[in-house]
Ligand binder design. Structure first.
Ligand SMILES: [Zn+2]
Length: 352
């Protein structure tokens, strides 16, 4: 029996010496120390031995078991170490390789242009006033002097949010930034109704129209509205301010012209053109041969609108203007399709 034990130990140790990896090590453990191993069978056979044999064989079997377990622990440790050393030497990190560049985001071109416009207006004393994008018909049209069935509404097809049971005052997405004129005037005049404070604000934001989406028209676009209200404001102030704006935006040599126009909420009204910066006024494809590019609409605030905002038109006057940052960008960079702006095509966006 003792010789048998020596044989078991010798065989196990020889087998262990040739083990090269952790899975072989595990199967070695099952074979030589597991429940069905020859060594464990010696233990379970102890009961059948004589009183004299039992402690001797038991002791010897224990010694073999302890010896095998200790060798197994050593082998486990050395296998781990060699695995680590191999991975360190084979998977070396090459610190001289160039790093992976991180793709950096940037502001949307519309936002960039919006900020350019607002920065220029801020230098002229216009503070930003934000107004809501969901409006009532009253704010979007009626108080701006668009009568209920006025044909001027035709130019601003609307997205109605809730038209049922609201009669003549349905809720809609604002079609222009001008309802901000009424909201701001009402807010400021409410502070001191007898003596409302002067106003000089810029109102940026998204507007929505129920249009067919084509290269020239979109259902959403940004506008920047400007409003100045005070005592003694004249059309000369409007011309001076907008001429100055055009020079700051398009360069000191930029020439502008004012063309008579019509908006229900301003009188007199005008559209402002800047001399074509592509051809210098000679006439080209961009300006369609005219030499001029339309950049904004403007006018003196209509007395009815001042009244609706809580400003007495006998005492106060003011001017307003509205412009589109996307349109300015299209002129500036000769972008021929307005759908690029909300198409989310990175090939377009990363050029700005
Ligand atoms: Zn031109």
């Amino acid at each position: 029996m003792l010789e048998n034990l020596n044989e078991i130990e010798k065989t196990a140790l020889e087998a262990l010496a040739s083990v090269q990896n952790e899975s072989d090590l595990e199967s070695w453990r099952v074979t030589h120390l597991g429940r069905n191993s020859s060594l464990m069978q010696v233990f379970s056979g102890l009961g059948g031995l004589s009183k004299e044999e039992r402690p001797v064989v038991g002791q010897a079997a224990n010694r073999v078991k302890v010896a095998l377990e200790a060798t197994l622990a050593d082998k486990t440790e050395s296998l781990k170490r060699s695995t680590l050393e191999r991975s360190l030497s084979e998977e070396k990190l090459d610190v001289t390789l160039p790093g992976r560049t991180i793709h950096q985001g940037r502001l949307h071109p519309s936002t960039q242009q919006l900020r350019r416009v607002l920065a220029i207006l801020a230098e002229m004393g216009f503070q930003v006033y934000t107004s809501r994008e969901v409006e009532t018909d009253q704010m979007n049209f009626q108080l701006l002097n668009f009568a209920l069935h006025h044909p001027a509404r035709e130019m601003q097809d609307s997205f109605y949010v809730d038209a049922r049971e609201r009669g003549d005052n349905p809720i809609l997405l604002r079609t222009h930034s001008s309802p901000g004129q009424i909201r701001s005037m009402q807010e400021f005049s409410a502070k001191d109704p007898k003596n409302p404070p002067p106003i000089r604000i810029a109102m940026p934001g998204m507007c929505f129209r129920y249009e067919q989406i084509t290269a020239r028209s979109e259902i959403q676009f940004n506008q920047v509205e400007g409003l100045a209200v005070g005592e003694g404001i004249t059309f000369a102030d409007l011309k001076g301010m907008l001429t100055n704006f055009a020079r700051r935006m398009f360069g000191v040599q930029a020439r502008v012209r004012f063309r008579a126009s019509y908006f229900p909420f301003t009188a007199p009204s005008a559209e402002v053109d800047v001399e074509c910066f592509v051809c210098g006024g000679k006439g080209c494809q961009v300006c369609k041969g005219s030499g001029w590019l339309e950049i904004l609409g403007c006018g003196m605030v209509h007395p009815v609108v001042l009244q609706n905002g809580g400003y007495d038109p006998k005492r106060y006057s003011g001017f307003a203007f509205g412009m589109g940052p996307e349109r300015q960008l299209m002129l500036r960079y000769r972008i021929n399709d307005i759908r690029y702006f909300w198409g989310n095509d990175v090939r377009f966006l990363e050029q700005f």
